[in-house]
Design a binder for this molecule. Structure first.
Ligand code: NDP
Ligand code: 2IT
Length: 449
């Protein structure tokens, strides 16, 4: 990993490495936050005395469980389920569930750790948590997905509650999965507890704009970054990696704001479409048919498909990585910089590697970390909880305006905190410091727990 850990936090980082062997993504996420915190510890000696940072690096609770289920042919499968309830200083644990074969404890912990600070930045009363399973939903029938979700919830339900822990979606978990999970929770508890999950269907407790929120929010955040330089999306070439929930709605909002998205991807490769991605076709292929991005290229004359390869080879002004962690490395960052890219906005969680972030800093590319730029999803989840609690239902326009305000506020907070702590323009430092201080103050107020 690039760069030195400041001496002030070296011992804390060493302890995290020692206590959590082999959890490389968790180490990476902790290290990135710690690198920003030396300046905070200089100003707050109470955090050192009360080991506030060390306490925040240790999850409050980690749950690992067996998830047995049967496929359509009767074969038995055993997956592993996780829920890491990381920090409840600001509210009930809140964060998504990821179903992907790569899921392991270290990945869930990195996501849960990031979620603590992201949720703090939203200004909403939500703590941080994350969960998921190494289950691979690709190619599974609806009935198989349902049986898996039911088995997963049969164990997880005892840990959840609207005042305790409130999951939502992430990679591989969307409205269909949330529906099956909610049904099983309701059946076991005999409670119609709408606020126990977010990302619900619109007909049964879901909130308008939650589906669009992460992608829209990332585009609003990018707009705020450009505004600082007196620029806008108008006429800009944009590349968005991934073609799932975050990518699709990121593309939609970029187009509405005047930019043109010329490439997107999935794990099989990427498409380049110089006329701009046709969103109706993309939604048809990815959302309704659950197909591959190569199918998009087959049906669109202006598009070509590149199997494998790096989507970051496609020249652009703005890059919005929206697939998965560590998908954009130092080499890709150098290519983006050489091709004139000016803004990189993380739609996914930790898609840029540490060497990529360093390269952006050195090249003067303005970079926004996921915990700030993709916070629109969880912020709108908190708005869903608010609507559930008041049995209210807001319009699309009202909800979108709230989201836009929240994203502008997060940007302003990161921007101002970076200036206050002597690193103007460093949104990584701004996000880490602003998020950390808010959590640390609450942790401190609650005593030694
Ligand atoms: P989806 O499952 O809807 O889409 C994920 C997309 O990323 C797919 O196109 C998928 O391709 C691609 N992808 C996933 N894993 C890999 C991989 N290992 N290599 C290459 N491509 C990959 O997930 P979301 O859009 O919800 O999530 C995307 C990112 O955004 C994640 O980092 C998530 O944590 C983050 N995020 C999501 C939020 C939400 O509200 N959903 C909120 C904030 C952040 P394929 O189909 O081929 O696997
Ligand atoms: O990473 C994230 O912020 C999410 N997957 C959304 C979490 C949520 O609770 O809405």
């Amino acid at each position: 990993m690039s760069g030195e850990v400041p001496a002030r936090v070296q011992a804390i980082y060493d302890e995290v490495l020692h206590r959590n062997p082999g959890e490389t993504e968790f180490h990476q996420a902790v290290r990135e936050v710690l690198e920003s915190l030396a300046v905070v510890l200089d100003r707050h000696s109470e955090y050192t005395e009360m080991k506030t940072v060390q306490r925040i690096c240790e999850p409050e609770r980690q749950i690992i469980f067996r998830v047995p289920w049967q496929d359509d042919r009767g074969e038995v499968w055993i997956n592993r389920g996780f829920r890491v309830e990381f920090n409840s200083a600001l509210g009930p644990y809140k964060g998504g569930l990821r179903f992907h074969p790569s899921v392991n404890l270290g990945i869930v912990k990195f996501l849960g750790f990031e979620q603590i600070f992201k949720n703090a930045l939203t200004g909403m009363p939500i703590g941080g948590g994350k969960g998921g399973s190494d289950f691979d939903p690709k190619g599974r029938s609806d009935a198989e997905i349902m049986r898996f979700c039911q088995s997963f919830m049969t164990e997880l339900y005892r840990h959840l509650g609207e005042y305790t822990d409130v999951p939502a979606g992430d990679i591989g978990v969307g409205a269909r999965e949330i529906g099956y999970l909610f049904g099983q929770y309701k059946r076991i508890t005999n409670r119609y507890e709408s606020g126990v999950l977010t990302g619900k269907g619109l007909g049964w407790g879901g909130a308008l704009v939650r589906t669009e929120a992460t992608g829209y929010g990332a585009a609003f955040f990018a707009e705020a970054m450009m505004d600082v330089r007196g620029e806008s999306f108008d006429g800009r070439r944009v590349v968005v990696s991934g073609s799932g929930n975050v990518a699709v709605y990121g593309i939609e909002k970029v187009h509405q704001l005047g930019g043109t998205v010329v490439a997107c991807s999935d794990s099989g490769g990427y498409v380049v479409d110089e006329k701009g991605i046709d969103l109706d076709l993309l939604k048809q292929v990815k959302e309704f048919e659950r197909g591959r991005i190569s199918d998009y290229a087959e049906r669109r004359d202006s598009a070509s498909f590149v199997a494998g390869g790096s989507i970051w080879d496609v020249p652009c002004d703005v890059a919005i990585p929206s697939a998965t962690q560590n998908e954009l490395d130092g080499d890709a960052a150098a290519v983006l910089g050489r091709n004139g890219c000016r803004y990189v906005v993380e739609g996914a969680n930790m898609p840029a590697t540490p060497s990529a972030v360093k390269a952006f800093r050195e090249a003067g590319v303005l970079f926004a970390p996921g915990k700030a730029a993709n916070a629109g999803g969880v912020a709108t989840s908190a708005l869903e909880m608010q609507q559930n609690a008041s049995r209210d239902r807001w319009t699309f326009e009202h909800s979108e305006a709230r989201l836009a305000d929240i994203m502008r506020d997060i940007h302003a907070r990161c921007h101002e905190t970076a200036e206050e702590y002597g690193s103007p323009g460093d949104l990584v430092l701004g996000a880490n410091v602003a998020g950390f201080i808010q959590v640390a103050e609450a942790v401190h107020a609650h005593g030694l727990i």
